[in-house]
Design a protein around this ligand. Structure first.
Ligand SMILES: [Zn+2]
Length: 68
């Protein structure tokens, strides 16, 4: 059984937002953000990351006041 906790229990605040559109790359098995229409980013396995349409839509906590 997975122990599920409320966001407040793991240090998240309501000021933080959740960012979706993260995908798992089928080549390097890393997560990459699919929000850039012009590029999938550089994959360490070669070329650009793959997984659009074949990956779940992962949602990660993000602080809107922080910069990537
Ligand atoms: Zn990749």
């Amino acid at each position: 059984m997975v122990d599920q906790k409320a966001p407040e229990d793991v240090g998240l605040t309501r000021d933080m937002a959740m960012q979706h559109n993260w995908r798992a790359c089928a080549k390097c098995f890393g997560l990459w953000w699919n929000g850039n229409a012009s590029s999938n980013g550089v994959c360490p396995a070669g070329g650009s990351h793959a997984g659009q349409g074949r990956s779940w839509d992962y949602v990660l906590p993000a602080d809107p006041n922080d910069r990537v």
